[in-house]
Ligand binder design. Structure first.
Ligand code: AMP
Length: 521
């Protein structure tokens, strides 16, 4: 899972206060383990906010010479990086770079670069198999509910709402209810400890986890096994391609054509016969390479777990290649119509909606307008993971494909009236499109405004017509009302993506269990 910010970079050993391991108090506000420091005046809401947003990176000297432990296996991709196995120990020599840290492997004695989000400071809470520092409640549920996980599989994650608090998510099974996930609040104590039930307090999170692993103590089940962690995302193909993303096209092998999109063909391929990638080949004349490179430079900065990663481009000759992260289940539209998406349950559809809203919330925060948000521009990976693609591309298209008045490829049915009529594209016109995407989603890929032509749609929508609630698909009134809000004639009255994300993230879930009754026997 992607780590867009340096959340773990200042982590320290569990059970140690910062002063005990010799880190000056000058930096004591920056560490993610601020959540474990006993003094509540040092932490609180601001510290929690800092955990979510990137913070200035302390200079090399503050963090070098730490020992980190590998959370995953990594195979070196180029001559400058170092391979390691899960559990290997490495000394950090230089961590000034955003994504690649220079280390000395303590077993192989090899020196080189490693992706920083594959490791954690030795003995820090982040190095625990059960600690997931970047998952939402919904994602935790998804990860735990896979069939292979037995009852009692669990994870601990930072609480989305309580500063310094955590949530414990446990897979459970009950007669008549089947498999489901229960979430317990882990509350912080003023003295730095933690508790779930007030009658059982613990000085550290690992102590709490250990106790509940021995005895359920009122939980739905004893903590049986940490949830398997998905491999973190990488934003570069290799260390030598970081910040240098014009790549030699000989390194790309095009293997299988995946489809034909707005911009040209899309291929499944491999980088250096090794790493799976998707390659968009741009139709000659689609855009000027200068404009595209400017845009791609911006797109490369957009890192979020629900935005498709742009790895590199080959723009020196036509056709331009855009090398992207490969998403194994293709577009959401195809997935819903002809793929496994046909069998998705309502809560899976909500999960997809939440992920798309989350990616769009990120673009909203960065003030980037998508302009072509639709189910065809959302890609699906493993376990219903959804990511938005082609953000930013619509802006640099030079031919008429995106000109409202010409060309039949303009996505009329997805575009807000003010964008069609006055070319007023904004994040609010993206919200309109999101409402249409929701309708595609909940009707399993039905064409919007069935039976109506584009021109008729514009005329009717201008007169106030809106797509009715579908009769042959389940759609709660609340979700339909939300769609209507997205299609408000006044852009400023449409909801924000922040609101939409929150709506779907917290949809249809009972609130977290605030405390446990002590066991009755
Ligand atoms: P597009 O040009 O984005 O409309 O893409 C055309 C088709 O190629 C889509 O419908 C997908 O099935 C497929 N595709 C595009 N990008 C990717 C990707 N990154 N990973 C996997 N499949 C993709």
């Amino acid at each position: 899972m992607g780590k867009c910010c340096s959340k773990r970079q200042d982590a320290q050993p569990i059970g140690y206060k910062k002063t005990e391991i010799g880190i000056s108090s000058k930096y004591s506000n920056g560490g993610s383990l601020d959540r474990y420091t006993p003094n509540p005046n040092q932490v609180g809401a601001q510290a929690r906010v800092d955990i979510i947003r990137p913070r200035p990176t302390p200079s090399h000297s503050q963090r070098a010479n730490r020992i980190v432990v590998a959370l995953y296996k990594y195979a070196a991709r180029q001559s400058t990086d170092v391979s390691f196995e899960k559990g290997d120990r490495m000394e950090v020599l230089d961590d000034t770079e955003r994504d690649w840290w220079k280390v000395l492997h303590l077993t192989t004695q090899q020196e080189g670069l490693i992706p920083w989000n594959f490791v954690a400071v030795e003995r820090s809470v982040e190095s625990e198999d059960w600690f997931f520092d970047d998952v939402s409640r919904k994602e935790a549920g998804k990860l735990l509910l896979v069939d292979e996980n037995p009852r009692g599989t669990f994870l601990v994650r930072p609480s989305e709402h309580t500063p310094r608090g955590y949530s414990l998510s446990v897979k459970d099974w009950e007669e008549g209810r089947g498999h489901h996930v229960k979430h317990y609040k882990i509350k912080p104590l003023d003295n730095g400890g933690f508790y779930i039930a007030t009658n059982q307090t613990f000085s550290t999170l690992p102590a709490l986890v250990m106790a509940y692993s021995k005895n359920a103590l009122g939980l739905c089940h004893v903590l049986a096994k940490p949830c398997p962690k998905p491999q973190p995302e990488m934003w570069d193909l290799g260390p030598e391609l970081r910040d240098k993303w014009e790549m030699n096209r000989n390194q790309i092998q095009l293997i299988r054509k995946l489809g034909h999109g707005n911009f040209g063909e899309v291929w499944y391929g491999k980088w250096k016969n090794q790493i799976e990638v998707a390659v968009k080949t741009l139709k000659p004349g689609t855009m000027s390479s200068k404009a595209f490179l400017q845009e791609a430079a911006i797109m490369k900065q957009f890192r979020h777990r629900h935005l498709v990663a742009l790895y590199a481009v080959c723009s020196k000759e036509e056709p331009i290649y855009i090398v992207q992260e490969y998403m194994c289940n293709g577009s959401l539209l195809d997935f819903l119509r002809t793929g496994d998406g046909k069998y998705m349950h309502f809560e899976d559809l909500i999960y997809i909606a939440a992920q798309v809203a989350s990616g769009m919330e990120h673009l909203e925060g960065k003030q980037l307008i998508h302009r072509d948000l639709a189910a065809r521009n959302v890609l699906i990976g493993e376990k219903n993971k959804a990511k938005i693609c082609d953000f930013g591309l619509a802006r640099v298209i030079e031919n008429d494909e995106y000109c409202p008045k010409q060309g039949n490829k303009f996505p009329l049915k997805w575009t807000a009236p003010e964008a069609i009529v006055y070319a007023r594209f904004s994040i609010k016109s993206d919200v309109w499109s999101f409402g249409i995407l929701l309708m595609e989603l909940f009707t399993y890929g039905q064409v919007p405004y069935p039976g109506m032509h584009g021109r008729e749609v514009i005329e009717q929508v201008e007169k106030g017509y809106r797509m009715p609630k579908p009769v042959n698909h389940y759609l709660p009134d609340g979700v339909y009302r939300l769609m209507l809000q997205c299609w408000d004639g006044s852009p400023e009255k449409r909801p924000t993506f922040e609101y939409l994300n929150h709506y779907f993230e917290s949809f249809n879930v009972t609130s977290e269990i605030p405390y446990l009754e002590p066991p009755t026997d």
